[in-house]
Ligand binder design. Structure first.
Ligand SMILES: *Cc1c(COP(=O)(O)O)cnc(C)c1O
Length: 214
């Protein structure tokens, strides 16, 4: 069960923490994966800037149930064979990390807004483009006509505060070097550090909706 009033309270608490960390104009993306359609409704009512979904099938099922008008960001691992079915619903592709996905999005949603996901931790288990390859991917995405708004990263899973900062600082520097505007970093456990390091967009799930069962 999702209680919209409770979600609204948690949204304001997160926004307060963002402000205290020095974040001005930071976008709050409510991550609704594994939560029912009602979580999207609550996020929209509570004034989140967007909703983040990770799985194509789950997103399509929720769209079929009907959701209020709110921007949907795709933030999960992307396979090119999934792009076509979800393209009508995705306002921002946050997890672009392969050439095949770049070409598929360019084909199915010409000019779409994208972020390139960067692996700033070196962890094999994480998706994302190796830091050395980001420039080549950026140029390829531009050449295919996509609108590259910025970069996204997932901080270290078990990292110390200083390891988190290292990861976030790397992403912020790359965003600046490329002259981009969106720096998507920070989740429930590390969004304060991410904002302190210059995040412009945080992706928060469990802090708003509770623990995920899946
Ligand atoms: C699940 C997920 C989040 C949100 O994680 P929480 O810890 O629940 O806030 C953010 N970003 C990505 C890419 C995710 O997969």
């Amino acid at each position: 069960m999702v209680d919209p009033a409770e979600v609204a309270d948690r949204i304001s608490l997160v926004r307060d923490e963002i402000l205290r960390a020095g974040g001005v104009g930071v976008q709050l993306v409510a991550v609704t994966k594994s939560f029912p359609r009602d979580a999207i409704v609550a996020a929209a009512l509570g004034g989140c800037d967007a909703v983040g979904e990770n799985y194509a099938q789950e997103l399509l099922a929720k769209m079929e149930e009907g959701v209020p008008p709110v921007d949907i960001h795709f933030i999960g691992g992307l396979q090119s064979n999934k792009v076509k079915s979800i393209a009508p619903y995705v306002a921002l592709w946050q997890s672009v990390d392969s050439m095949s996905v770049i070409h598929e999005i360019a084909k199915r949603a010409p000019g779409a807004r994208v972020l390139l996901q960067v692996n700033t931790t070196g962890e094999q288990s994480k998706g994302g483009i190796a830091t050395d390859d980001v420039l080549a991917f950026h140029d390829a995405a531009l050449q295919s006509g996509l609108t590259v708004e910025g970069l996204m990263t997932i901080g270290p899973t078990e990292g110390s505060v200083s390891q988190r900062r290292d990861s976030f600082t790397i992403l912020r520097q790359m965003v600046d070097e490329l002259g981009l505007s969106v720096c998507s970093m920070g989740m429930s456990d590390d969004f304060v550090q991410a904002v302190e390091c210059g995040s412009t967009m945080v992706r928060v799930g469990s802090r708003l909706f509770g623990q995920r069962l899946a």
